[in-house]
Design a binder for this molecule. Sequence first.
Ligand SMILES: [Zn+2]
Ligand SMILES: [Zn+2]
Length: 327
Amino acid sequence: MRAMILPEAGRRLELVERPDPQPGPGQAVLRVLACGVCRTDLHVVDGELPNPRLPLVPGHEIVGVVDRLGEGVTRLQAGQRVGVGWLWRACHVCPYCRSGRENLCDRPEFTGYTRDGGFASHVLVDADYAYPLDAAAEPAAEAPLLCAGLIGWRSLVMAGEGGTLGIYGFGAAGHIISQVARWQGRRVFAFTRPGDAAGQAFARSLGADWAGGSDQAPPELLDAAIIYAPVGELVPAALRAVKKGGRVVCAGIHMSDIPSFPYAWLWEERQILSVANLTRADAHAFLELAPEAGVATHVTTYPLEQANEALDDLRAGRLEGAAVLLP
Ligand SMILES: [Zn+2]
Ligand SMILES: [Zn+2]
């Protein structure tokens, strides 16, 4: 197999050839068709998340075809199109797993972090965490659904049922979740980097009622806001944009420090929440709903060998939508 590996945090990825993985009991090997590049990959590569497996194959928005099955796998068939996301496997025995909250598992394994991921021609997965996908769809278009979509969906559910929704950071997750929110009948207010006219036009083209810079106030107070950008300053900004009782959902795995702010901005039952990981139930629910909602992803594709360029473009904010690698 071919893979782009991270030798250690802070270094460039390198192309290597290595023997194909062998599936153990309950596992499968996928031939990768496409793998999205998520902001979390950047945090891993840049050393902002502790203790990654090293050397590591990043990537956790995997669209693949089942190539080989390990013993005892009945849920999947050879040749089937499946997707794999960030949660490689949960432990099934800790109190969180036993109470239906495997996203908070005490001993989780994560794709492209503690396990090798999808910046490769092949990847080893746990069959229970591989989700059936539409084999007729374009693989590159499906890839961003596997993390930006799934964790975006969990954050939208946590934002509550309110009719007006702010989205801070209109990248891969923002552009998917705004389409879902519009389909649900909500009004979307998109906040981009200040002065990003192209990003604001992109948000409006996807149905946002209003788009502006994150330094601007929305034209009306909102029921909830989701922050996808890893910028702590956005937390007080979003609190000031929501109504009494409004929610601010922090959807990233990593964020710069949140500056202090007056208690009055939180007062009146405003809430700040974070979203961690996902459950298999989130994955099945969202992957069923996305085609129904007519979610159309905007992607820029790169050959696998150009993973470093894709990461650079994401880091610099040069992308509209999501970056996807094709092995
Ligand atoms: Zn667990
Ligand atoms: Zn991700």
